[in-house]
Design a protein around this ligand. Structure first.
Ligand code: ADP
Ligand code: MG
Length: 238
């Protein structure tokens, strides 16, 4: 597969009390087009910083990110840990927001309708963020990213706020959605099982460095997946 994103020697330093703290240290990473990459690691390992730099929300101290020229990944969609919906807009209007005025109204409402259906939000289309649960709000935030015309979607623990049942349901939906439409996804989670379930490749980040990369077999026995999970956890704790 063609790489859409090539990261070389990416380092991010923050100044803390006059001393430099390395949140990311010489990250090298190639993301193939249409791939689903998950990033796991302890809290503070640099996962959010890495995504924010890829998204262009933050600047690297040194290093480079090269995007495949001509692709739309230069404007990735970002799904945050918190839903960040606009409180004065309804669920439907929040999902439509990124494309409002950029798409014909008919096409836009069709897309919104599809997202509402896909994410089980049809009944809540006219509700305001204050009137829905945290899980519903996160679904709306997913819809707002999925409707966006971009090949690259960056997700920062987007299912963390959901209860176990809704979380599994959305994991399955995400798998179906991304298998169908060829988007490139980088998905951060601290849940190793989620990382294996969704990812084709799992990257382990620790203290700002890539400790290991694991390929997830497309068809795997449960015992194989169990071993993979153990290996990832061992790597995180090493
Ligand atoms: N704006 C900032 N200023 C200073 N330090 C920061 C800033 N953002 C993150 N850090 C530090 O960088 C490290 C990585 O943070 P983060 O990327 O949020 O980790 P993760 O998402 O894996 O929990 C942490 O030690 C964090 O305290
Ligand atoms: Mg984080």
């Amino acid at each position: 597969m063609q790489p859409v994103l090539k990261i070389s020697n990416l380092t991010k330093e923050y100044q803390l009390d006059g001393t430099a703290f390395r949140a990311l240290n010489e990250i090298k990473l190639t993301i193939p087009a249409g791939s689903f990459t998950t990033v796991v690691g302890k809290s503070g390992s640099g996962k959010t910083t890495l995504l924010r730099i890829i998204a262009g929300l933050e600047k690297a101290t040194t290093g480079e990110i090269n995007y495949l020229s001509g692709s739309s990944v230069q404007r990735p969609a970002f799904v945050f840990q918190e839903a960040r919906l606009l409180p004065w807009l309804t669920v439907e209007q929040n999902i439509a927001f990124p494309l409002q005025g950029k798409l014909e109204q008919v096409e836009l409402s069709q897309r919104v309708k599809r997202q509402l259906q896909l994410l089980g939000l049809t009944e809540f289309a006219a509700a305001y963020p204050a009137q829905i649960s945290g899980g519903m709000a996160q679904r709306a935030a997913l819809g707002r990213a999925l409707i966006y015309e971009t090949d690259l979607i960056l997700m920062d623990e987007p299912l963390g706020a959901l209860d176990a049942f809704n979380r599994r349901k959305l994991q399955e939906e995400l798998q179906t959605i991304f298998a169908a439409n060829q988007k490139t996804v980088i998905f951060v989670t601290h849940d190793v099982e989620e990382a294996i379930f969704l990812g084709e490749k799992v990257i382990v980040l620790d203290e700002g460095q890539i400790l290991a990369e694991f390929k997830v077999p497309i068809t795997a026995e449960n015992s194989q997946l169990f071993t993979l999970k153990e290996n990832i956890i061992t790597s995180i704790n090493s």
